[in-house]
Design a protein around this ligand. Structure first.
Ligand code: NAD
Ligand code: DAU
Length: 365
């Protein structure tokens, strides 16, 4: 990663509310940021839904600068009490319902958490920023969002921060709604905000409903590896720790109200990606090369499946000097190694709740 020391610090976090810090990216962010941002204290507010695992970050309590609160971002009394208690200077907002397929099955929780929950947070942040006595606090709200708000691309072109919104799944629409509310709070009330919209993340601690950990899980179990449609949809993959370094950079150095797209610059069709994973996992398990290819099963496509996402990450690199540290090959090697070394983590995700989701999602496709 390039050096950021010559860029002015525009926000210096002292008391940080991280929402959704028991989930995939939030856990990785806390593990990245708590040891580095030594001037800051961190509170992790997470409801611990099926996707939340507070034990991912429990060891951070040893720093004396990290604590965990189980609770709902859509609970205004709780959120207000936490702001009063901790005097947050900074919100890094990850908490969300995050899986597109679940949003197609059950959209309501996506609207509640992603739209209402975000608004509850914004409202407390607004009151911490502009206090009742008319004075101003030092507050910045970093909204972590997704490239899916921009819709879908054909074979050419890139999303830019200026691309008009065109969300197509209930998940994407709920995230688009939350982005609009963040900008509305900045425009209407002047709340200091920054936004980042990133491409597909992968790496340690990702719940095995998402493509990469699901493929690793199924190869290990010799279960069918479900590929939607013909596997020709394209995603741009970003190693999660690189996303975390980008968030830290944007949070501390970006101008007020800036939006940056965070891209791994690694586009692959799903079927290419699945083949690479099979190669890597088979090699680690000492299976003969390609032995698990027979597990691939092409299944009925996702309804409304966005064809391709790809992002122009050049403003983040030009303005703030950020670049990803790992290419996809290295990132996938590290990821496969992590899941194979942490099989108990994968197995713990495989409870009755997950099995009933899995059946509903894949049976008869
Ligand atoms: P995740 O599903 O792994 O984790 C979400 C976390 O939020 C969980 O710990 C869950 O318990 C918590 N949560 C859910 N509802 C809550 C509520 N009402 N109150 C408090 N906590 C609640 O998700 P993720 O993949 O880590 O994604 C984190 C954020 O990043 C999301 O906002 C998502 O939209 C965004 N994002 C994800 C990706 C990706 O590839 N995973 C890419 C771009 C943006
Ligand atoms: O682009 C950013 C988004 O990436 C985030 O905002 C979302 O939170 C995150 O879940 C992810 O969304 P996707 O829908 O792209 O990720 P998922 O891992 O579910 O699927 C990746 C691709 O693989 C997609 O084209 C669908 C396909 N797929 C997925 C699953 C779960 C399959 O072919 N088979 C599967 O079983």
């Amino acid at each position: 990663m390039s050096d950021s020391s010559d860029l002015p610090v525009l926000h210096a976090p002292r008391s940080v509310l991280v929402t959704g810090g028991a989930g995939f990216i939030g856990s990785n962010f806390l593990r990245y940021a708590v040891p580095r941002m030594t001037e800051a204290r961190f509170v992790n507010l997470d409801l611990v839904t099926y996707a939340g695992r507070p034990e991912n970050t429990a060891h951070l309590a040893e720093t004396g600068r990290y604590s965990f609160v189980r609770g709902d971002i859509a609970d205004p009394d709780l959120v207000r009490a936490l702001f009063d208690q901790h005097g947050f200077t900074t919100v890094v907002h990850f908490a969300a319902e995050s899986h597109v397929d679940r949003s197609i099955m059950d959209p309501m929780e996506f609207v509640r958490t992603n739209v209402l929950g975000t608004t509850v947070l914004l409202d407390s942040a607004r009151k911490a920023w502009r206090r009742d006595d008319g004075s101003f606090g030092d507050v910045r709200f970093h909204h972590v969002s997704t490239d899916e708000v921009f819709g879908a691309l054909g074979p050419e072109g890139l999303f830019r921060a200026s691309t008009p919104y065109d969300p197509r799944s209930p998940y994407a629409a709920s995230k688009a709604g939350s982005d609009h509310l963040v900008r509305a709070y900045a425009h209407t009330y002047g709340l200091p905000v920054v936004l980042s919209n990133s491409s597909n993340n992968y790496g340690p601690f990702q719940f095995p409903e998402k493509l990469i950990p699901l493929v690793i899980r199924n190869i290990l179990r010799r279960d069918p590896v479900p590929v939607y449609g013909k596997g020709l949809n394209v995603r741009d993959w970003l190693f999660v720790e690189d996303h975390c370094s980008a968030i830290e950079r944007i949070l501390t150095r970006a101008a007020d109200r800036a939006t940056y797209l965070v891209s791994g610059g690694e586009e692959r069709t799903n079927i290419e990606l699945v083949h690479t994973l099979i190669e890597l996992v088979d090699a680690e398990l000492d299976r003969s090369p390609g032995a698990s290819r027979d597990l691939i099963q092409f299944v009925t496509d996702r309804p409304g499946h966005d064809f391709r996402y790809a992002l122009d990450g050049s403003p983040l690199s030009n303005d703030l000097g950020w670049r990803p540290s790992r290419d996809l090959k290295q990132g996938l090697r590290d990821t496969v190694a992590w899941y194979l070394e942490h099989r108990e983590w994968l197995e713990k995700a495989d409870d009755d709740r997950f099995r009933s989701y899995y059946q509903r999602q894949y049976q008869g496709r």
